[in-house]
Design a protein around this ligand. Sequence first.
Ligand code: PBG
Length: 333
Amino acid sequence: MTTHPSHRPRRLRQSPAMRRLVTEHTLSASALVLPVFVTERDEPQPIATMPGVRQETLETLPQVVDAAADAGLGGIMLFGVPLARDAAGSGATDPDGILNRAIGVARTAAAGRLTVQADLCLDEFTDHGHCGVLDAQGGVDNDATLERYVAMALAQADAGAEILGLSGMMDGQVAAVREALDAAGRTDVVLLAYSAKYASAFYGPFRDAVESTLVGDRKTYQLDPANGREGLLEASRDIEEGADIVMVKPAGPYLDVLAAVAERSPIPVWAYQVSGEYAMVELAAAAGAIDRDRAIIESLIGIRRAGADAILTYWALEVGRSLRDGHKAGGAR
Ligand code: PBG
């Protein structure tokens, strides 16, 4: 007996033009943000575990800003790589610290063409590698860390940062920083809360990128990968505290959390495709295991499909350029 299906979804997949016509999600350069590492050394430095990414210098940073603006990106997210670190992370609040100087250089170079964003966290600046200051028992002291974040926020705002990425996962960090900025008359500064930030193995290459040697782990402040509901709680608390944008991080392994936050959030929801997600694709492609370009687009479109309004990704420049040059970056290519 021959069968004649009454439903034939394949009709809409029969040609490239037909597939393009029914594509549900696309990428756009304006909703991509490029993370940029800035070293205090004189020369750009390669990052062994992130082929294709390097630490920039204050001298090379303007070229990256230009390239990002030319590609139409929405912004760059700056990370500082200081030469000296101490227990309090002093370099984070020093106006001459590498990150604050980089913010100023980037803001001037950007000239309004894209937004300048800064990572607000102490781990790049502390000698123990934790995101906060330690108490007498060696634990991360939440409330003492909030005071450091407030000082860091004011320094970053003074340096010219337009969006502060609160990535430390301390309780009350959004409220503390918002209140201090407002009291200082900086009601204009946007707060991006890394609300659902998980204690993830996928940050591995990032440690290389910022030359951080962590003593212990971050499990007392970052979320347990097993907990989805807790990610939603963090996002709703951050919204109550005054966040302007919430973020889920990493992206790929947490698409369920991203989708749930996106469904509930009244404010923009972003996702951070982290260093390990980048490295997995680059290294697998270098080994001939996967088609690099298709895997990049597939990973990004998946994050969009789950509900991210914008994405931080180390491929932002490359993807932004290809969108500018007229390649359709959707599922249907
Ligand atoms: C904290 C911070 C981290 C990342 C972004 N901000 C590291 C961490 O929390 O361990 C990781 C980003 C990545 O892996 O690409 N400063």
